[in-house]
Ligand binder design. Structure first.
Ligand code: DC
Length: 233
């Protein structure tokens, strides 16, 4: 049995998971694992090669010829796809959609979940995704489900894309993309996006980053008996 501590933060696109997870990890001196980046890397490769993302056999063949490597550096997680750093490239809107498409395939999930479990076994992690508390690490030490109003999530995603230099992005297309991913991620057959029964729900709508980080840390620092008998924040 691993003695590593894991803090799972699940939720839909744009809920603020990565920002919150990074800050919580920094406060606790844990590493931060962004599992969405793994699906993004596979989505990027499928896009580049023009592989049909609904064709499981074709994506499986692609996976067999893919080397995916996660490195933890001082400046955060880096994603290496076939030996090349694609950390920046995987953040585009096109890759977001491709990541959601490939993530619906069991062959992709099985491969990436094995890698995620291996990483969580070795070190204390704050790990964000869609299925961490329900499927990847059902025994995670702490579980949070972070959500927000869909319009607010789309506005955050848009700000993110603009900050990365995407001048094409606009609110209508980003909102449509977030809705597409919400639906696909929560309706897929294997390990869909869902709040674990024992996860703490945090709605970040109208809350500052500092407030949400504080809520998470307060919960983690709560005495054991308090945690068991209280379901509020
Ligand atoms: O968190 P993100 O936006 O980077 O994730 C991109 C896509 O990857 C998301 O739409 C669904 C998929 N994903 C997943 O299925 N399971 C995870 N644990 C993380 C991401």
């Amino acid at each position: 049995m691993s003695k590593a501590v894991s803090i799972a933060i699940d939720g839909p696109a744009g809920a603020g998971k990565s920002t919150i997870a990074r800050l919580v990890a920094g406060q606790l001196c844990f590493l931060y694992l962004d599992t969405g980046a793994m699906y993004r890397a596979i989505g990027l490769k499928a896009l580049r090669l023009g592989v049909d993302m609904r064709d499981e056999a074709a994506v499986s063949a692609l996976l067999d010829k893919t080397a995916l490597d996660i490195r933890f550096t001082k400046s955060g997680q880096r994603v290496l796809l076939d030996g090349t750093d694609v950390t920046g490239e995987i953040r585009s809107a096109a890759v977001s959609r491709a990541a959601s498409d490939v993530s619906a395939l069991p062959v992709v999930r099985v491969r990436l979940v094995a890698l995620q479990r291996e990483l969580a076994e070795r070190q204390n992690l704050v790990i964000d995704g869609r299925d961490i508390g329900t499927y990847v690490l059902p025994q995670a030490t702490y579980k949070f489900f972070l959500t927000a109003d869909v319009e607010e999530r789309a506005r955050r995603r848009l700000a993110d894309l603009r900050a990365r230099g995407d001048g094409q992005a606009n609110l209508a297309t980003v909102l449509a993309d977030v809705r597409y991913r919400d639906k696909q991620d929560s309706e897929r057959a294997l390990a869909p996006l869902r709040q674990a029964d024992d996860a703490i729900l945090i709605d970040s709508t109208g809350r500052s980053i500092e407030e949400v980080v504080d809520l998470v840390l307060r919960h983690i620092n709560r005495p054991e008996h308090d945690r068991q008998y209280s379901t509020d924040r």
